[in-house]
Design a protein around this ligand. Structure first.
Ligand SMILES: NC(=O)c1ccc[n+]([C@@H]2O[C@H](COP(=O)([O-])OP(=O)(O)OC[C@H]3O[C@@H](n4cnc5c(N)ncnc54)[C@H](OP(=O)(O)O)[C@@H]3O)[C@@H](O)[C@H]2O)c1
Length: 323
């Protein structure tokens, strides 16, 4: 029987349990996918640790690539043997998963399974942040936190492709090189340098048009102070902890700011939008406008170590787990 990682209780990586489960029946609109590469995402840490609530027991992991092994009677879009990927669907830390056909995307020939698993969730996130949440444009300035991380590297390259001038943040000098290579014009090592002063200097005291903040608690206050009047604060993650409740009046006091807290699920639940955004992402990868850095690979059996490493901020770029 194929193996899956599950949790019965939220907590540390030691709570991850490897079990064998039958492949099960494939529903009429479902596809059975044999995984070839699985993406590691910070979201998995929130679900494992308890930052986000989950129904227990549960399988974890939300992104994978693989091959269609079986299709349900009503599935017309895919055939056995097709290469497919998915993002935002539970149960990905496993050798197999059953997925609704409407939530799958076909992997183009020029893209490997590993790159698909390393880029789909993170790249769809960059896609909606760049194209839907706030229409950032050529010549605008942006602050992107965790610029050497999985989403950070893709988001920075995408912003650069659109002509946006990016300041990014990282936690170590060693990580600055990756952020610069992705297209950041200025990189600040947070904790060691004054972020607001650096951003104000970079923008000639105006502040940036948009802040893309996935760090949360630790960066919130500075992020707000880096915005120009009528700038937009996009809080899309909380790797350092949840952002505290916000006083609405503060948005007026700081210069008529906008604020949003988006989630990928709300941008890809419509299969047409999923197709559009994944099309944009794969096209940029194929055109070599986006390079996906798979900087860590672990056997699926070593998942707890992968969790420890991403939480300890030891990883850069994308991480894949190989069954
Ligand atoms: N809302 C959405 O739709 C959506 C979708 C996908 C991802 N996300 C969010 O985007 C962020 C990036 O996701 P990812 O999977 O690509 O992860 P990642 O960026 O590869 O890893 C997280 C990074 O956060 C930084 N960080 C800052 N403070 C931290 C702390 N106290 N503990 C651990 N890390 C800290 C670290 O970079 P430094 O060491 O350089 O600080 C770390 O490498 C996450 O917050 C995730 O939840 C949101």
């Amino acid at each position: 029987m194929p193996g899956v990682w599950k949790i019965y209780e939220q907590g540390g990586p030691e709570n991850l349990v490897w079990e064998n489960e039958p492949k099960g029946r494939v529903g009429a609109r479902h596809v059975l996918v044999r995984h070839t590469a699985i993406g590691l995402n910070y979201l998995d840490i929130y679900q494992r640790s308890g930052t986000y609530p989950v129904e227990l027991p549960t399988r974890l992991g939300v992104e994978a690539a693989g091959v269609v092994e079986k299709i349900g009677d009503a599935v017309t879009e895919f055939s056995v043997g097709d290469r497919v990927a998915y993002a935002g669907i539970g149960g990905a830390y496993a050798e197999y998963n059953r997925v609704l056909a409407s939530r799958l995307v076909a992997i183009p020939d020029a893209i490997t399974d590993e790159v698909a698993a390393a880029s789909l969730l993170k790249g769809l996130t960059a896609a909606y942040l760049m194209l839907r949440t706030f229409e950032i444009k050529d010549g605008d300035t942006a602050l992107i936190h965790a610029g050497a991380g999985g989403v950070g590297l893709i988001l920075t390259q995408w912003a650069k492709y659109l002509g946006v001038r990016v300041v990014s943040t990282v936690s170590t000098i060693a990580k600055t090189r990756l952020a610069y290579d992705a297209g950041a014009e200025h990189v600040v090592v947070y904790g060691q340098e004054d972020l607001v002063a650096n951003v104000m200097k970079f923008t000639e005291r105006a502040g940036v048009h948009a802040v893309y903040d996935s760090v949360g608690a630790d960066t919130f206050r500075d992020s707000i102070d880096c915005l120009r009047k009528r700038g937009t604060f996009i809080s899309f993650g909380n790797s350092s902890g949840l952002v505290p409740p916000v006083d609405l009046q503060m948005l007026m006091a700081k210069g008529s700011l906008y604020m949003t807290r988006p989630s990928l699920v709300d941008y890809i639940s419509d299969p047409e939008e999923l197709k559009e955004l994944s099309g944009e992402l794969f096209a940029l990868i194929e055109m070599e406008r986006l390079t996906i850095s798979v900087n860590q690979r672990y056997p699926l059996a070593e998942l707890p170590q992968a969790h420890k490493d991403i939480e300890a901020r030891k990883t850069t770029g994308s991480t894949v787990l190989l069954p």
